[in-house]
Design a protein around this ligand. Structure first.
Ligand code: PRE
Length: 313
């Protein structure tokens, strides 16, 4: 087995790969973009690629969803990895915070550090790089590039940079979910704590109420844990839907849901069944007597909404 990841050395993607037990002892190759890492899977250069899918602060990683939307049934997720992410501002040794005019980083990393930048470097220009570690490498190697990079602390050590500020992300508890993707093959055996991912292509679901799609799962006791609409690029209202559900493709309920969608004329793309990385989230505890908002009845609550009253929920 050989592994690709979003490189260069020192990315969060590399840190995620380190957490994948199956990858221990196998060769790893960094790739510049999510697209080239997945191309290496498609053409058989590597067996698996680890790429970011979504972040708890900035949401989905567009490059990965674009690739998955265009891949149909051909790539399968075999594992997910949840990695806590924290960011540092780093520069060549001797650089002072006041000297920094240009900051380089990955769009998702920049998006998680905007408040800090607005407060501490309000006049700095932000330029984007293909990954956090490539930003650090560029800062260390080129005199023309940027004065500083936002990256994982480990990238500072790797590229000989000095950390000027650490913990600059908006949320200390930020997490990025990475997935390991390989060419389609039978799913790993069920573990009893699995997730399955599906793509409902825009052409297949056009004109269908989303509730119909979800009811195929919920009506069979299968929890849908993630729904992401993704533009097909063919006009407003034309979306692919990515769904994650609790359960394995071999589970009866999941199988029945897929067959129900098929009977409705919807060919679902299967994106893999794999062990669930996090504990299943408990649903909210609802006190049926209490009403939706403290002492208000549901009828009063609806009136508040209809009246357009401004409030903070
Ligand atoms: O640039 C990296 O180090 C990555 O692994 C990419 C990535 C992302 O795409 O979201 C991963 C985690 C962080 O949220 C920021 C960047």
């Amino acid at each position: 087995m050989t592994y690709a990841y979003l490189g260069p050395r020192g990315t969060f993607a590399e840190a995620a790969l380190r957490l994948l037990p199956a990858a221990t002892g196998s060769p790893w190759t960094p790739f510049t973009t999510v697209g080239t890492a997945l191309d290496a899977v498609r053409d058989g250069t590597v067996s698996t690629a680890v790429v970011p899918l979504e972040n708890s602060v900035r949401g989905v990683v567009p490059a990965t969803l674009d690739e998955l939307a265009g891949s149909g049934n051909t790539l399968h997720i075999t594992a997910e990895i949840e990695l806590p992410v924290g960011f540092s501002l780093m520069a060549k040794p001797g650089t002072r915070l006041d000297d920094i005019q240009r900051v380089l980083s990955h769009p998702h990393a920049h998006g998680q550090c905007r408040q800090w930048l607005a407060g501490r470097l309000p006049n700095a220009r932000v330029l984007l790089s293909t990954s956090t570690a490539s930003a650090a490498r560029e800062v260390s190697e080129s005199d023309l590039a940027c004065d500083a990079a936002i990256a994982a602390p480990v990238a500072a050590e790797r590229y000989g940079l000095e950390v000027l500020a650490s913990g600059i992300g908006e949320r200390e508890d930020a997490i990025t979910r990475f997935v390991a993707l390989r060419r389609a093959a039978p799913a790993p055996a069920p573990t009893g704590r699995d997730r399955s991912s599906f793509l409902l292509p825009a052409d297949e679901v056009r004109g269908r109420p989303v509730t119909d799609l979800l009811a195929s799962f919920s009506g069979r006791g299968v929890d849908v844990t993630w729904v992401q609409s993704w533009p097909a690029g063919t006009g407003l209202g034309s979306y692919h839907f990515f769904l994650d559900v609790n359960g394995h493709i071999d589970d009866e309920g999941v199988g029945l849901a897929i067959m129900a969608l098929h009977r409705k004329g919807i060919n679902v793309c299967f994106l893999g069944s794999y062990p669930h990385a996090g504990a299943p989230e408990p649903g909210p505890v609802v006190d049926a007597q209490a009403g939706a908002l403290g002492s208000r009845s549901s009828e009063e609550w609806l009136e508040v909404l209809r009246a357009g009253d401004a409030f903070v929920a």
